[in-house]
Design a binder for this molecule. Sequence first.
Ligand SMILES: Nc1ncnc2c1ncn2[C@@H]1O[C@H](COP(=O)(O)OP(=O)(O)O)[C@@H](O)[C@H]1O
Ligand SMILES: O=P(O)(O)OC[C@H]1O[C@](O)(COP(=O)(O)O)[C@@H](O)[C@@H]1O
Length: 343
Amino acid sequence: MTNKIPVKNIAILTSGGDAPGMNAAIRSCTLAALHFGHNVYGFLHGFKGLLNNEFTALAEQDVRDIIHYGGTILKSARCPEFLDENKQQLAAENLTKLHIDALIVIGGDGSFCGMLALAEYYKGQLIALPGTIDNDVDGTDHTIGFATAVNTAIDAIDKIRDTADAFERVFVVEVMGRHSGFLALNIGIASGAEQVLTFENFQNPGVELQNIAEHIKLCKEKRGASSYLIVAAENLWPQGVEQLCIDLQAYANITCTPCILGYIQRGGSPVAKDRIMATKMGVAAVNAINADKSMIMIGEISGSINEIKITQAVKHKKQVNGELLMAQNSILDIAELAKINKL
Ligand SMILES: Nc1ncnc2c1ncn2[C@@H]1O[C@H](COP(=O)(O)OP(=O)(O)O)[C@@H](O)[C@H]1O
Ligand SMILES: O=P(O)(O)OC[C@H]1O[C@](O)(COP(=O)(O)O)[C@@H](O)[C@@H]1O
């Protein structure tokens, strides 16, 4: 088949918190680009790699067996220096000197702000792919890594439920997601937690303490001694979930055990959804480069590829699904259930 698409030098980097499925995205960007005869380069350590000219050529054998690995073969980093305009200019100069025609950045909204800054100086094409376990990026139903992180957390919480049941204990499990509650709410619902504390339903510590204490007591009254799980978003309760346990003890003499799931949520083999979505997005990124597009993010909405401007992806905050919040509230309303069922 004749290929009329001009050959380009395409670079890829991963930036910000790593997410399972980033490798699947690197693989599909690379394979699709090679398919069209392009040259492919991977910059290492996110934006740091652009500053230090740390890159490697990517061939088929480099990405052959990586679809099932978490993390990122290109490494990632947070690069605070990139906030400095001189560094953004240096990165643009380095890309231009290397004759890079297009750069694909796989990361979260912070990385996309970095791309907007870079665009002031770099005249090549810039394409974003949403890769973060937090799912807090507009223009896509799900980000690469979110589904895996939810499943990883559920696996862990199911195990916590077993021991909580055995001892009829109250646990507070802290999950990741420092600015929005996609992880907390989805994990809370899927693990059958009795309470979910997330940015979207949090009033203030005083009100929440009273609500939680009343709910725990009501559950005990209606169900007898049993386990009780609270899933809480990180960065929400003042001084963290250990403090929430101390506060519950002091406020209502309720003993509860804190458990911070932490970085296990970022690792592990990506689930099928992340592998497939990342593969589709990578191919779409290369198609967009072939079509001379720039400054767009590739997402997926209702199963189909969606393109939005990077400016929109950064500006507009995606909201947690209100139906999920309502579902959680309805399931939890044990007082209402008790009335209806005359428990
Ligand atoms: N306003 C900005 N200007 C320039 N670069 C930025 C900006 N915000 C973030 N970045 C770059 O993007 C990197 C990743 O952003 P961060 O918020 O840490 O992760 P994520 O991309 O996962 O949201 C930062 O370390 C920094 O190098
Ligand atoms: O690895 P770090 O720098 O400690 O960051 C932790 C944060 O990274 C995340 O795992 C992912 O966030 P980003 O994708 O926005 O970088 C958050 O859930 C968590 O709060």
